[in-house]
Write a protein that binds this ligand. Structure first.
Ligand code: PLP
Length: 303
């Protein structure tokens, strides 16, 4: 495969996805009036693709629908999206036409083209949707050598999702300028990634990943009601860990828990489990053996 593969969703006037058509990724398709571009007003998911298998597809579709509901967008029809996703995934192949070892499929739905329907009522808009598939970037170094992270204040209390749900924390929206910006802040501090901490001192999530700690035979991750994204990779990591004898726990965690952890990872669909080798400039041991087993298990997922 040379170019990424692309499908555009077809919607009816009521905003329901009714099908898709493949499109040429080298051609422009998005209007400059699309709310995806002008306001980041939409939702997305990135699904990993391993040897032709879409990983955690159903949890991604469920989270896509959850994010859409939080933004009062039309509910994405799972059958229509699934069909488009499968069609694009089938095109992510190598030069011999074989499925690639690691690819990804990104799905996006925006509120639509502002003014496009002749109405300024946002409820009258027809969404824009697309599915893009491509070969994944090489995450080998992060998985093998680990990443350096810094703790960054998120500026929110840990109960933000309950006290201010209109801030849409926990939805995977297209407004990712902050998520990208924290990588630059991390780089300014000599690190690769960041871990958000609430103003009242609880560990939250990475810029685009979830936190997992190991202490002894127990894996722990921050509770999902803390205004963070409920991770699909973390769920699959926990399911695998339980199957090989680890206990797992959703908890309120603090920087003290990080200090006391035997191993720390940031986990996400693309990079899978990246072991943390330094926090705020202090080196930490990496659990290379468990990291390799987790990543092998994550890569072996067939659904
Ligand atoms: N948290 C945030 C803010 C993310 O953007 C992501 C994924 O991109 C995650 C967590 C990890 O989620 P998943 O494992 O489903 O990719």
């Amino acid at each position: 495969m040379t170019e990424p593969a692309l499908a555009l969703l077809d919607f009816d006037a009521a905003g329901r996805a009714v099908g898709h058509h493949l499109a040429d990724v080298t051609q422009p398709h998005l209007s400059v009036l699309d709310l995806a571009a002008t306001r980041g007003d939409g939702v997305f998911e990135t699904i990993s693709l391993a040897n032709g298998h879409l990983q955690a597809l159903e949890p991604h579709l469920a989270r896509f629908a959850h994010s859409a509901a939080m933004l009062d967008l039309p509910a994405p029809d799972p059958e229509a999206w699934r069909a488009a996703i499968r069609a694009v995934a089938a095109l992510v192949v190598d030069a011999d036409g074989a499925p690639v070892d690691e690819g990804f499929v990104k799905i996006v739905m925006s509120r639509g083209v502002e003014g496009g329907s002749g109405s300024l009522d946002p409820r009258a808009l027809v969404p824009t949707g697309w599915v893009l598939g491509a070969v994944a970037p090489d995450h080998g170094a992060a998985r093998r050598d680990g990443i350096r992270i810094v703790l960054l204040d998120r500026g929110y209390r840990h109960d933000i999702a309950q006290t201010a749900p209109w801030l849409l924390t926990g939805a995977k929206t297209l407004s990712y300028a902050i998520n990208r910006g924290v990588f630059r802040e991390a780089a300014r501090r000599g690190a690769d990634d960041a871990l958000f901490v609430s103003t009242d001192g609880f560990l939250l999530e990475g810029a685009v990943s979830n936190l997992v700690l190991r202490r002894g035979q127990t894996l722990r991750t921050p509770r999902t009601d803390l205004g963070i994204l409920a991770g699909t990779t973390q769920v699959d990591m926990f399911a695998w860990a339980e199957s090989v004898g680890y206990a797992t726990e959703y908890a309120l965690l603090t920087p003290q828990d990080l200090e006391e952890a035997d191993a720390v990872w940031l986990v996400s669909s693309g990079r899978h489990a990246a072991p943390v080798r330094a926090i705020d400039g202090r080196e930490r041991p990496v659990d290379a053996e468990l990291t390799a087993r987790v990543n092998a298990a994550l890569h072996a997922r067939t659904h």
